[in-house]
Structures are given as C-alpha cells and as structure tokens.
Write a protein that binds this ligand. Structure first.
Ligand code: SF4
Length: 215
C-alpha cells in the first residue's frame, strides 16, 4: 500500500486538528477515577454500553475507597453486560486497592504510574492522560488503527507500533489527533460502509482500494 508523503501528512494533520480541536471522549465521567474505570471497561466494548453501565457502578462505588472493598460478585453483576466482565471486575477491585494503598486514594496522573494499575495498559493509560490532561500522547484503538492504515500513515501490524509511527510522524497536537481519529473512524471512516463520498474530508489522501470498502 502507498504511504502518505510528508506533505500529505502535514495536510491530514492540519485538517484533523482544525475539525476536532475541542473533541473529547464520548465516555461519561466526572473525575479521574470515573474516567479510568470507564476507559478500562471500554476495552473491546462500545462507549455506549459503558455509559449505560457506569451510572449504577459510580452510584454504588463513588470512589476508589468504596470500590477497593467492594464485593467482587456485586461488581460483576453491575458490569455483566460488558465484554470480559469477570476479568474487568477483578481488575477494577485490584486497581482501586492499589490506588488506595500507594497513591493516597488519588488516581496518579502519569502514564507510567497508571500502567502499574491492574487492567491498565499503555493504551488505557494514554487515553486517560489525553482526555484528562490534554497530554501530547497517542493511543491507538480499532478506529485509529483503521484510519491510520487507510490514509497510508502506518503499515504496522500492531497497535503499539502504529502508535509509535503516528507519534513520529505527527509529533505535536497528538491529543487532538487521537480524539479526531477516533471520532472520524467511528462516524465517517467506518469499518463497514465508510461515508467516503458523503462526509470524508480526506478522500484525496485515501490509500484504500475499492474492495476494502464494505459492500
Ligand atoms: S475515503 Fe473513505 S475509506 Fe478513505 S479515509 Fe475517507 S472515509 Fe475512510
């Protein structure tokens, strides 16, 4: 597949930043604790589903203090419509216990520290930092991965390699680019039936072949 040229990368970046300057996550949260929990739950699960689950979860467990001593089965019951809810419930408890024990019950706002928490990998940590602090970091989910490949920004096989490549190519404005690529992938450059003719503002840079688009 053809790669995007330097000039193309610069224009793609400019257009994303212009259109998605104020874009934020579609996950519902009011503080860092709720954001970490919501992002952790959203792995392999839709934001819509997570937003249905979290109000009851946060009502029952308003902070890491309550979640750290929660009954595992009760948490499982609340989140059981989420994919991998068994593991996610276990990790939520462990994550909260660690935050209570080592971080004075405050979510550490540092990507590396966040990754010491159960169930929080690099992608989750970076999404939290991008959303909560506007950090100049990239995180590659299924949407960012697809968009990056269709636009010839990356030909990497893994999300982490794609993240590295995007960081290298874009360098700055990474949080806007992340939010923009997620929303663009979710609503325009969709996996099936992308809205190429109707809504794409990057059509001239698209490196996909016809067969790549869903019928
Ligand atoms: S032309 Fe279609 S497939 Fe290509 S980037 Fe735009 S929406 Fe995505």
């Amino acid at each position: 597949m053809k790669k995007a040229t330097k000039k193309e990368i610069a224009i793609i970046k400019e257009r994303f930043v212009e259109r998605y300057d104020d874009a934020v996550t579609e996950l519902t949260y009011t503080n860092a604790y709720e954001l970490v929990v919501a992002v952790a739950l959203s792995a392999q699960c839709t934001d819509k589903r997570v937003n249905i689950i979290t109000p009851k979860l946060f009502e029952q467990y308003p902070s890491v203090v309550e979640l750290a001593t929660a009954d595992l089965d009760d948490v499982k019951k609340i989140i059981n419509s989420c994919t991998f809810f068994n593991n996610k419930a276990k990790n939520l408890l462990k994550m909260s216990q660690r935050v209570v024990e080592f971080y004075d019950s405050e979510i550490p706002l540092d990507s590396k520290e966040l990754q010491t928490l159960a169930g929080v990998g690099q992608k989750t940590a970076n999404v939290v930092m991008i959303e909560y602090t506007g950090a100049n970091l990239m995180a590659v989910d299924t949407h960012v991965f697809r968009v990056a490949h269709r636009l010839g920004l990356s030909d990497d096989a893994s999300a982490l390699e794609t993240e590295k490549t995007l960081v290298k190519k874009f360098k700055t404005n990474l949080h806007q680019l992340h939010q923009g690529m997620v929303l663009f992938g979710r609503y325009v450059c969709k996996a099936k039936n992308p809205l190429c003719d109707q809504e794409c503002f990057l059509q001239e840079f698209c490196k996909t072949t016809k067969s790549f688009k869903a019928k």
